[in-house]
Design a protein around this ligand. Structure first.
Ligand SMILES: C[S@@+](CC[C@H](N)C(=O)[O-])C[C@H]1O[C@@H](n2cnc3c(N)ncnc32)[C@H](O)[C@@H]1O
Length: 327
């Protein structure tokens, strides 16, 4: 395992611009005195806007698995003395489960998925293919497996499947083969070494015009290291428990795998009876737990992507909790 690079001071990092900020505030429709659970607090960009819409009153619970976020949260709390503000460090899947178990009920829940600009711009954390750095990629440094561990210990088949599934990488097999050949000489420790292998494994004509050649493999590794899709599935389930009737959920995702998972979850939770139409009475007893508010996914406009190119792939979906109790 790699040497830890923690703690990192967030003060030195590039601030994170909240994406689809106006839209999030509008869809969550918060009011003074409400309780908001922000599952991905980050730099608190959305939090500042939501707190403003709450008139600086109510309760704000921020979750994040990255310990450096604690300092951002402290700034947020100081700026909102009339608000009850609490930070819970850890995976939101677990955090939401604990909130549900302790009887917390929220009027609004936000999930702004993926990594923050601060995390990407901190080279030591190894999220970026643009700078040579330790191959780490953990959002939470107490997690046991780094990206280097995954690259050095997974089988060729596991690597190829990971790059194909989480990165939609066309050349997943040749890249996995090249990694296994290279690591037999020396295990990977640096992101630059992996970038070199990827460049060497991709056919020359395909190296140009498709973005950085390592982009998809790095995305796949990040998703796997942080079990991002597993956390999303569990988090969405738990959000249903924490939302009070009429409470709203907004989810911002940054790639098609996440967005597909969100879309299917919302559609499924919003489905009522699934009995065949020729059945005289309902036998399934299913009632909608959610009402989908965004029939079409919400994307950033040209002005936002011009100002913040990282917003380009963002997709927002929102839903409202119904009165129906879970079976
Ligand atoms: C896109 S940033 C959020 C930015 C924030 N909305 C803002 O405006 O500053 C995503 C944040 O979510 C955190 N995160 C991602 N997955 C998480 C999970 N499963 N549990 C808790 N935090 C998570 C990351 O550590 C990161 O700080």
């Amino acid at each position: 395992m790699l040497r830890s690079v923690w703690p990192v001071s967030p003060a030195s990092l590039t601030p994170h611009l909240p994406v689809l900020a106006r839209e999030v505030v509008a869809w969550l429709d918060v009011e003074p005195g409400m309780t908001v659970v922000d599952c991905t607090f980050g730099a608190g960009g959305h939090a500042a806007l939501l707190a403003e819409a709450m008139g600086g009153r109510g309760a704000y619970i921020g979750l994040d698995r990255d310990p450096t976020v604690r300092e951002h949260f402290a700034g947020f709390r100081d700026a909102h003395p009339d608000m009850s503000a609490r930070f819970v460090r850890g995976n939101f899947a677990l955090g939401l489960r604990n909130l549900a178990a302790t009887g917390v009920r929220a009027d609004a829940i936000l999930l702004d998925l993926g990594v923050s600009s601060m995390q990407i711009d901190q080279p030591e954390r190894g999220f970026s293919y643009a700078t040579d750095a330790p191959l780490d990629m953990r959002m939470d440094p107490s997690e046991p497996r780094t990206a280097a561990d995954l690259v050095n210990e997974s089988t060729e088949r596991e690597l190829a499947d990971m790059f194909h599934r989480y990165g939609e990488e066309r050349f997943s097999r040749p890249i996995a083969r090249a990694i296994v050949r290279r690591r037999a000489e020396r295990p990977y420790t640096r992101s630059g070494e992996l970038v070199d292998t990827i460049r060497g494994a991709i056919p020359k004509p395909a190296l140009f015009g498709q973005g950085h050649p390592a982009k998809r493999v790095f995305q796949a590794l990040r998703i796997a290291v942080n079990d991002e899709l597993g956390a999303l599935d569990l988090g969405l389930e738990q959000a249903l428990e924490v939302l009070r009737p009429g409470g709203r959920l907004a989810v911002i995702s940054f790639h098609s795998l996440e967005d597909r998972a969100v879309k299917h979850f919302l559609r499924d939770a919003a489905a009522g009876c699934v009995c065949p139409p020729d059945l005289p009475v309902c036998g399934c007893g299913r009632e909608p737990l959610l009402r989908v508010l965004t029939p079409r996914v919400v994307r950033p406009g040209a002005a936002e992507t011009e100002e913040n190119p990282r917003a380009a792939s963002a997709r927002l979906r929102a839903a409202e909790r119904t009165e129906v109790e879970r079976p």
